[in-house]
Design a protein around this ligand. Structure first.
Ligand code: ADP
Length: 610
């Protein structure tokens, strides 16, 4: 995110600093030259003026000094003194005239008037040569300019004295300092103003840059709503315009990518196959809804997990094997609601154009039903072959015995022939059963629906069983318990009779001699329910569901002895399914079983006929 730039690191500060440094350096250089020049011209001028004044004064004093009446050395108020006093200006500190004998003749120093007429004590004057020098005044400590000028006689051939002038050069220096001070003050003010200008100028540069930086951060966060303000048409303005254009392009590209991804996502999530995509290392990066549902997992738990681990195949396969030989694998999973399911998983690699493998995709298809059907089909074929082989083998051995001479034996032959006949009958029954099952499976068995009075239909079947009881070895009694109401239902009567026959036959078959078979017919709100209870062997709980499966028998040997095919209840279940009804059984082992069938029923249909 946006980092706070410290002021001293900011461009703002750097530009201002550069501005001020340039300014200060130029002021410094200009100032140095200027003050140096000023000093030189002022001081030189001063000294030149002084030199001129002194030499002209020396001329004036010379003519005075050569006069005879001026030879009195002790007189204070001489003409020379007056000339000196008149010439004295504010620039001068002291003037002194010494004659050739070294006697002081006049001085402007009021406090030192008594030196007049006495021997000169200024060493500078002693040798009567022209001198000019700057020195420090011993009394005041200020800078002074000292001129010594020999005084010539009016003829100009002899030196008759010397003129000494001490002038105040310090004042000139002070003037220069004052000017320099003005210069420094002005440059400080200029520096301050330029600093403000520099900050303003640099801000006008850094502000748009700062705005662009903020906008860049917003774009990074995915917010394209705002635009950078374009100030003017300069380079920064153009940059801001380009920046806005760039943002627009990014937004367009982003939108295009987003919608493309949404499309892919919706394709993925609406697929009926489970899809898992993993990276090169086998870590899951995408998983669709269907895959989550099939594997019974949550997306947040599996993203980043190893795909092999999730599919629970990491022990049998390595990622390398799958990548080298992507093939389909059958995976079995335990689900809480559907029990065991079988997923056919096809693997394929994601390859870049360069051939580099960048990932792996697994597509899972739920093949539980297919596999179950296939399994059932295999079992069925093996059952049919087995069921047919048994009677055929036994028939073969009887026929073999007969052909080997038993046919001549009047005692054995009819017996053997009866067994083969019975077995043939059973095989025909079984094949008929199989045919009708196969017709129902393929949907070829059309139901011949009729409205029938179910009470009557049931009575008809049971009457037949009552009739049969006399000529059967096994005795039984049928106890009827019917509702008073006539129940009209739409059924295929032949098929329905086949179902009831089958349940009744089983009740007799699997009951001991002399049992009672209770038949109840009741109506519930919108169902007709028939239940047939026997007092027979009962069915173990674990087999209750399975007795409706093809060829399933609780006790194989016993059922076969009874001539059963193991298909009766399977056919009954198919018939009931075709009628939109149901069939199930309840049982207590050793105490008997009850078989129930229900049919959909609309109670008022019967009244309509009357
Ligand atoms: P089957 O021709 O062998 O009777 P079914 O499909 O009619 O074939 O019945 C399947 C199996 O269900 C029978 O072999 C038997 O073991 C069991 N069974 C069916 N009805 C009864 C019953 N009333 N009492 C006990 N077992 C039964």
């Amino acid at each position: 995110m946006k980092k706070k730039v410290r002021f001293f690191q900011s461009v703002n500060f750097k530009i201002a600093l550069a501005f001020i440094l340039i300014l200060l350096i130029s002021i410094e250089i200009i100032g140095a030259y200027f003050i140096r020049g000023l000093e030189r011209s002022t001081i030189d001028n001063f000294m030149k003026t002084m030199n001129q004044q002194v030499s002209s004064l020396a001329g004036t004093v010379g003519s005075e000094l050569s006069k005879k009446d001026n030879s009195d050395t002790n007189v204070e108020n001489t003409t020379i003194q007056r000339i000196l006093d008149n010439t004295m200006s504010s620039d001068m500190i002291e003037m002194r005239v010494v004659d050739e004998k070294g006697i002081v003749r006049a001085t402007t120093n009021v406090a030192d008037k008594n030196v007049i007429g006495k021997k000169n004590d200024y060493r500078d004057i002693n040798d009567f040569t022209t001198k000019s020098s700057r020195a420090i005044d011993e009394d005041t400590g200020k800078r002074v300019y000292i001129n010594v000028q020999p005084i010539q006689s009016p003829t100009g051939d002899t030196v008759i004295g010397a003129l000494y002038v001490k002038s105040d050069i310090e004042k000139k220096y002070e003037e220069i300092y004052d000017t320099a001070l003005i210069f420094v003050t002005a440059s400080l003010i200029a520096a301050a103003i330029s600093m403000i200008v520099a900050v303003l100028v640099s801000r006008s540069i850094t502000q748009p840059i700062g705005e662009m930086q903020e906008q860049a951060l917003r774009i990074a966060r995915g917010d394209y709503s705002r635009k950078v303000a374009v100030h003017g048409k300069d380079e920064l303005g153009q940059l801001a315009e380009s920046f806005n254009l760039l943002a627009e392009r990014i937004e367009e590209t982003q939108d295009a990518m987003e919608s493309e991804r949404n499309r892919l996502d919706s394709v993925l999530s609406h697929m009926t196959d489970g899809v898992i995509a993993a990276d090169r290392r086998g870590k899951i990066i995408t998983i669709n809804e269907m895959a989550l549902m099939l594997l019974n997992v949550q997306s947040e738990d599996v993203i980043g997990q190893s795909m092999l681990e999730l599919l629970d195949i990491e022990e049998e396969y390595t990622l390398r094997q799958i990548l080298e030989n992507p093939d389909e694998i059958l995976i079995e999973r335990e689900t809480p609601d559907r029990g065991q399911i079988i997923l056919r998983t096809d693997f394929s690699m994601i390859r870049r154009e360069s051939g580099f493998i960048s990932g792996l995709v697994a597509v899972m298809h739920d093949v539980t039903e297919q596999e179950k059907t296939e399994q059932e089909r295999r079992e069925f074929v093996s059952n049919v072959s087995h069921e047919l082989r048994t009677p055929l083998t036994s028939m073969r051995s009887y026929i073999e015995a007969l052909s080997e001479g038993a046919w001549k034996d009047e005692e054995i032959a009819p017996n053997f022939l009866k067994v083969t006949l019975d077995e043939t009958d059973r095989m025909i029954r079984m094949i008929n059963d199989l045919l009708s099952l196969s017709r129902m499976d393929s949907g070829n068995a059309q139901l011949q629906l009729e409205y029938v009075n179910f009470n009557e239909l049931l009575s008809f079947v049971l009457d037949r069983f009552d009739m049969m009881v006399t000529n059967q070895e096994k005795k039984y009694m049928i106890q009827r318990e019917f509702t008073q109401r006539e129940l009209w239902v739409e059924v295929d009567p032949d098929k329905m009779i086949q179902v009831i026959d089958n349940i009744m036959n089983n009740a007799i078959k699997y009951s001991p001699d002399g049992g009672t078979i209770k038949v109840r017919l009741v109506e519930t709100h919108n169902n007709v329910m028939l239940s047939i209870s026997d007092q027979g062997l009962g069915i173990p709980k674990k087999d209750l569901q399975r007795v409706f499966d093809r060829f399933y028998r609780v006790d194989k040997a016993r059922a076969r002895r009874q001539g059963g095919t193991g298909l009766g209840l399977a056919i009954s279940r198919e018939v009931m399914k075709a009628h939109n009804g149901a069939i199930w059984a309840e049982s207590k082992e050793g105490q008997g079983s009850t078989f129930f069938i229900t049919l959909p029923y609309e109670p008022y249909e019967g009244d309509w006929w009357e």
